[in-house]
Design a protein around this ligand. Structure first.
Ligand code: IPE
Ligand code: IPE
Ligand code: MG
Length: 248
């Protein structure tokens, strides 16, 4: 009989980077016979709780999917309500994030965003630029395919301008053109509301991310739900294509 591997005495690490597809706001509101936008505003409360919980649990990077490049297909009133919630979140929380050492990054296309929203985003990034304790990455007007296409376009421009040789376009170089340049890839990706798909989220970055799907609707998400996802992650064996499990 084969010997059992010795149980590792080192505690399983907390994921350095967790990415979340915050889904289920509409269904949460529908269950309460309320408009979808009510679900979105309660979703912001869940976001506040989750940012705080991530800090308490020692998760250094948290990325949240707030608005996808495909969410423009929704009724304009709902799109505007989602934009207003980003405005409100920054207006209410930025000072606290600055004080608590949270650096804010916003990934996604700025194309199509109202000028004031682009200004609010730039301001949040600038005011938290020197923070490094915790990182909050907000994916807004974000699509993985769009991000990769924009990176490819900029690489093509640099090649055409003679700044870059085609042979220099490696995986590492490509990553410097992505919106997430300088950020580590997510270790754990959580999607709430029971849907089992990526919906164009972090297509490049999720190459070796562990996936956890939860039936909880986003407005009900809390520290216990985050802890449960981390527990599931800690029971996983990451191999990165190798023959033996790896502890990052
Ligand atoms: C997630 O909740 C929030 C965004 C996509 C902005 P949904 O609005 O997708 O809620 P469901 O999936 O319809 O329940
Ligand atoms: C993904 O959720 C986008 C965000 C959470 C912001 P969706 O609700 O838009 O995804 P689909 O349409 O169900 O795939
Ligand atoms: Mg949804």
């Amino acid at each position: 009989m084969m010997a059992q591997p010795a149980p590792s005495s080192a505690p399983a690490p907390v994921p350095r980077h967790i990415a979340i597809i915050m889904d289920g706001n509409g269904r949460w509101a529908k269950q309460r016979s309320r408009p979808r936008t009510f679900g979105h505003s309660e979703g912001v409360e869940a976001l506040r709780r989750t940012v705080e919980a991530a800090g308490e649990l020692g998760v250094r990077y948290l990325t949240v999917f707030g608005f996808s490049t495909e969410n423009w297909r929704r009724p304009i009133e709902e799109v505007n309500a989602l934009f207003d919630l980003l405005r409100l979140y920054v207006a209410r929380d930025l000072d606290r994030l600055v004080k608590e050492g949270v650096r804010v990054h916003v990934i996604g296309s700025r194309e199509g965003l109202q000028p004031d929203l682009a200004r609010i985003i730039a301001d949040a990034e600038a005011k938290t630029r020197h923070n490094d304790k915790q990182h909050l990455v907000i994916a807004f007007n974000y699509g993985g395919q769009d991000e990769i296409a924009r990176a490819a376009r900029r690489i093509a421009e640099d090649v055409a301008a003679g700044k870059l040789a085609p042979g220099e376009v490696t995986i590492e170089r490509f990553e410097t053109y992505l919106d997430t340049a300088g950020l580590p890839p997510p270790d754990l990706l959580i999607r709430t509301s029971g849907e089992l798909r990526l919906s164009n989220f972090m297509l490049w970055q999720a190459a070796y991310t562990e996936l956890v799907f939860s039936d909880i609707l986003w407005p009900d998400f809390d520290k216990a739900a985050l802890q449960a996802a981390i527990d599931a992650y800690q029971r996983r064996e990451r191999r990165f294509g190798g023959a033996e499990p790896e502890r990052p």
